[in-house]
Design a protein around this ligand. Sequence first.
Ligand code: GLN
Length: 200
Amino acid sequence: MTIGILALQGDVDEHLAALHRAGASATTVRTPSELHDVDALIVPGGESTTVMKLLHRFHLGEPIVSRVRAGMPLWGTCMGMIVVARDVAPHPQPSLRLLDVTVRRNAFGRQNDSAEIPLPIPALGPRPFPAVFIRAPWIERVGPDVALLAQRDGHGVMVRQGNVLGTSFHPELTEDLRAHRFFLDMVHRREDVGKQRSVA
Ligand code: GLN
């Protein structure tokens, strides 16, 4: 099982290192054939308008959408969550529309350009998670099928809709591997379902 990290722009190496520390096999994805070879995809932080343009140029947008619709797990961190959100505020912009949420870009303001706060995330255990926010979006609408996993100051910052996970913050920038392990668990469970199906 190999996790791909979309490597068009952004903090790719940090995700690679975190996945390796968590004992997973991970590789970068820049082409449709590299996407074909991975079992799950992380879209890292970066700049969402730039990455949407690059996805188009590298012919990766459509294959990502069809893989995720077919069940491939995807995790968007910060910019990655903006890229997969259904709607983007305050200025609408193109996105892959795989996660039924509205995200507001740069919502936590300049004073929080790079804040690390202890964030309660019950799904990751009783200990708060050291969440790093860098010009981060918040989630201001969640669709009926979306589970809200964490909030900061009353605003959504971690959500899951089936095989799609989104975080406003950057778990790859801390030593805490629980968010990466949570995603790996989503991938393993999906693999198990696939195996059961092929046996049946
Ligand atoms: N502010 C960036 C955007 O809106 C996201 C920042 C990040 O990924 N750290 O695209």
